[in-house]
Design a binder for this molecule. Structure first.
Ligand SMILES: [Zn+2]
Length: 302
């Protein structure tokens, strides 16, 4: 794998899609709320265009249905369209059948709108657990060829003990799919996340760049991820605990500046673009196997 290429992704959802907060409105009320995702996604699209970045946009099916032109615009600008599920439900709160319906519904809609095949999936809140091995089987059944839903460590929603921090191939019986886990890196004795969401907003850019360079030097791409609401400091706020408020809204005004710097400092491609170039070098892992060995995707090799 080349040591200077990373991945840029956007989870396309609105300000009222924050997970695990009591004040998050139910799906039946979403249509009544003033959306901000259209203007914010367009802002990210123009930042990408300005810097020549082609990214993966993981669209929530619900957003695609409300703003179909947004999917078409992103596709027309050369970005990869992928799925963030339909109704933003946590994987561990769904049955395998419900998850399959949610995945299929979003995939079908996005493919119709984008006029291209949708290969990738990212679960809301990276909510895949070790206890739900059916998740990968269900993704394959729904027709996805890669996933980016694994947070390889403890976390509020989800988290897996895989300990694999770089892309790998999950082998499920006769079939397989690529997994792009969230980038974690060992720093001061702890595995930390730095490349998206609240972490990217909280840390100073120089620290993010340092950890990203350290990740690349260890032979793995950085998986960057943002949400459209994160470049919009004026979006409406949901009431929540002080701790969650901090995580959800800290440093919103810094995101756009940080993205501009990231776009200048790193070579960024979509998930599909990365697979196209490097899939042959990904290690193969049997579903359910714990990480070991000496490949660059495994944290203990550091
Ligand atoms: Zn989400």
């Amino acid at each position: 794998m080349r040591k200077d290429i990373s991945i840029f992704t956007v989870d396309v959802e609105d300000w009222f899609h924050i997970l695990d907060v009591a004040s998050t409105p139910p799906v039946s009320r979403w249509n009544e709320l003033p959306g901000r995702v259209e203007q914010n996604t367009r802002r990210i699209l123009s930042l990408c265009e300005e810097h020549g970045v082609r990214a993966t946009f993981f669209f929530l099916g619900w957003v695609a249905r409300r703003y179909p032109h947004l999917v078409k615009e992103a596709a027309a600008k050369g970005h990869e369209i992928a799925s963030h599920g339909f109704s933003h439900r946590l994987v561990y709160e769904m049955s395998p059948d419900e998850a399959l319906d949610d995945m299929r519904e979003s995939k079908r809609l996005l493919e119709d709108l984008a006029g291209m095949q949708v290969h990738g999936f990212r679960a809301p809140g990276f909510s895949v657990l070790d206890e739900a091995p059916w998740f990968f089987e269900t993704l394959l059944e729904a027709g996805f060829t890669y996933d980016s839903s694994v947070f390889p460590g403890p976390r509020g929603h989800g988290g897996m003990r895989s300990n694999r921090f770089g892309p790998y191939i999950v082998s499920v019986g006769e079939k397989s799919l690529v997994e792009f886990p969230v980038s974690l890196i060992k720093f001061a004795g702890r595995n930390i996340c730095f490349s998206g969401g609240g972490y990217l907003r909280l840390f100073p850019y120089r620290f993010v760049r340092y950890l990203a360079e350290k990740t690349l030097a260890s032979g793995r791409p950085v998986m960057f991820y943002v949400h459209p609401r994160e470049i919009d400091p004026k979006h409406p706020r949901l009431p929540m605990s002080l701790f969650r408020e901090f995580k959800s809204y800290v440093n919103l005004a810094s995101t756009e500046r940080k993205l501009r710097k990231l776009f200048n400092d790193f070579t960024l491609v979509s998930c599909k673009g990365f697979i196209g170039q490097y899939m042959e070098s990904f290690p193969v892992v049997k579903l359910g196997a714990t990480a070991g060995g000496n490949d660059p995707g495994v944290s203990s090799a550091r």
